[in-house]
Design a protein around this ligand. Structure first.
Ligand code: NA7
Length: 547
């Protein structure tokens, strides 16, 4: 097939300058020599780590694997200080990457992409920003992160609150002074679990408003072990290969033993050992069927409940903290530093809002449905995000025939491999819905997507292909596959943001791909090896011959 085409201002527009946008820029501009412009809403690089500056913000992946692997020197020269990287250190790292590869010159900061329309006559994307830019580009690449549109629940009265309030995902750069203040934290997801212990230490009084009790495992955070780091650096190739071919993008040994085939004593010993070791080893290294068999899962869940009862001294508070309504790790698995211990402090109270929700924010605090009134100087919303699709919908993205992405995805996101979607030609999504993304160590999935997209773009250039779209059947089959895999997991048994359940009115569809980073990577590689099966391609221009 041959189609019209005309010369665009740019080869590619990349939206966002976090891990994804930075590496995409390097690939397209510096390796493929393409005219590439990154637009970034913030005034610096970092994406998620630019915005999430709340106290205690830290990554749950260990630092030595929460980084780029594409450059050996970069791997060798960077020294992490903490076992788990803290937000300021990750931001420093990403700034270092931006400087080292001269990436800032390709990024326009303080600029939000507001619209991107596919012009079918010319086969170009017409992109607009809130700074008045209007450019055309052959490719539109979204590097917008999965968890970047914060959600503040629509509770009446927020405007009347006389104190200060913040969302964890839009934290003031200057920080927040908690000393001498009465503080409310609403929400006990990752952001709540990380910030609550720190805010408790810094404030005069903290009240936590909890809708769903959480399972969380001690992270056993510590400064990085120098000997360990030395060994890692000597074996980085092998370690990174292991992460790339693992289920979750982490180089841990995954257990294949069933929790149900060992004795109760042995199980207890395993759980205790991994609880002491800390981190996601508890989930991956214990038993292979925790994520897929409810009875196996129950054994881990009960162990964690026993730990909560052991740690929390007040039995009534402990009871409120016990997660019972969903399986372990069916919501985002959490690791923490002194989370349950925090409830033993004199200056911390826990309020269960499952049964008596917050009814109104008042000028002095808030009131719950049982009529109880609470007074605060500061309210912290740790209430999460319109994940996976929210940031797409903040832009006016239109494909063929003016089709709005929001309209196309009104019943849930539909993609092929989480990389592309029918009727939005030449648009690629880094860690889009339908890919492992948030179920994995993100940099591993990001690198895989960036490299796959760059290879595909090069393939097109070599063949003079200007327009690629997805076959409807390929998309339908992938969406069905994503759902079938999710149906086999515990994820379907919880109200989580993976399912859009935290946003009123959002369709209940499991958005990430739960089949594993390893399986997914093989599938993507096979599709590429088969000449990009599932894509429709139109040749228009002269091929660019490879060197
Ligand atoms: P999460 O994981 O979505 O957690 C949000 C928390 O806020 C969670 O406890 C919610 O309870 C609670 N929430 C949400 N809406 C309300 C309302 N309306 N009223 C009361 N409580 C509410 O967001 P995080 O920022 O913690 O973490 C996001 C991701 O960032 C995380 O998974 C990591 O990948 C990094 P619920 O559980 O829905 O009952």
């Amino acid at each position: 097939m041959s189609t019209n085409t005309s010369t665009p201002d740019l080869d590619a527009v990349v939206v966002g300058a976090g891990f994804s946008g930075l590496y995409m820029l390097r690939k397209l501009r510096d390796e493929l020599g393409m005219k590439t412009q990154v637009y970034e809403a913030g005034d610096g690089v970092g994406g998620t780590w630019y915005w999430n500056r709340y106290p205690g913000a830290r990554c749950d992946s260990e630092s030595y694997i929460y980084c780029f692997s594409f450059d050996d020197d970069l791997l060798q020269e960077w020294n992490w200080s903490g076992k788990y990287p803290e937000q300021p250190e990750i931001l420093r790292y990403l700034n270092h990457v931006a400087d080292r590869f001269d990436l800032r010159s390709g990024i326009q900061f303080n600029t939000r992409v507001t619209a991107a329309h596919f012009n079918e006559a010319d086969n170009l994307w017409e992109v607009e920003t809130d700074q008045g830019d209007q450019v055309t580009a052959r490719y539109l690449i979204t590097a917008i992160g999965c968890i970047s549109t914060g959600q503040i629940p629509k509770i009446p009265g927020l405007d009347s609150f006389a104190g200060d309030w913040y969302h964890t995902g839009a934290w003031p750069h200057a920080g927040v002074e908690f000393a001498g203040k009465r503080v409310a934290v609403i929400g006990t997801g990752s952001s709540g679990v990380q910030s609550i212990p720190v805010i408790a230490r810094e404030s005069e009084h903290l009240t936590v408003f909890q809708r769903t009790p959480q399972y969380t495992i001690p992270a056993r955070h510590e400064t990085v072990n120098e000997e360990f780091l030395k060994e890692v650096k000597a074996n980085y190739d092998e370690i990174m290969q292991k992460t790339k071919h693992s289920v979750a993008g982490m180089p841990y040994e995954a257990s294949e033993v069933s929790a149900l085939e060992v004795s109760a004593e042995e199980r207890l010993e395993t759980y205790e050992r991994l609880w002491q070791k800390g981190g996601f080893n508890f989930l991956f290294g214990s038993y292979g069927d925790i994520s897929i068999d409810r009875r196996a899962n129950d054994t881990a869940a009960e162990f964690i409940r026993s730990k909560i009862r052991e740690i929390v001294q007040d039995p009534e508070t402990a009871e409120k903290l016990l997660p019972r309504d969903h399986p372990f790790a069916s919501k985002r698995a959490l690791i923490d530093t002194n989370y349950f211990e925090t409830y033993n402090r004199d200056n911390v109270d826990l309020v269960d809002i499952r049964h008596f929700p917050i009814e109104e924010i008042t000028p002095t605090g808030l009131r719950t449905a049982d009529g109880a009134e609470y007074e605060f100087d500061i309210i912290v919303f740790a209430t999460g995000y319109d994940a996976m699709t929210g940031t797409f919908f903040k832009m006016d993205i239109r494909g063929r025939d003016g089709l709005e992405l929001k309209e196309k995805w009104s019943e849930g996101p539909k993609t092929y491999l989480g990389l592309a979607t029918v009727d939005f030609p030449n648009m690629f999504m880094i860690t889009g819905p339908g890919s492992p993304s948030v179920l994995s160590n993100m940099p591993v999935s990001i690198e895989q997507h960036v490299e796959w997209i760059a290879d595909f773009v090069e393939y097109q250039r070599e063949r003079g292909i200007d327009v690629v779209d997805v076959e409807q059947q390929a998309e339908d089959d992938w969406v069905q596959h994503v759902n079938e895999i999710a149906d086999q997991t515990m994820y379907m048994l919880a109200d989580s943001w993976y399912l859009g359940a935290n946003i009123p009115g959002k369709p209940r569809v499991f958005m990430p791909y739960a089949g594993g980073v390893n399986v997914y990577r093989d599938r993507c590689d096979q599709i590429a090896a088969d000449g990009y099966e599932g894509f429709v391609m139109s040749e228009t221009s002269e091929p660019v011959l490879a060197d």
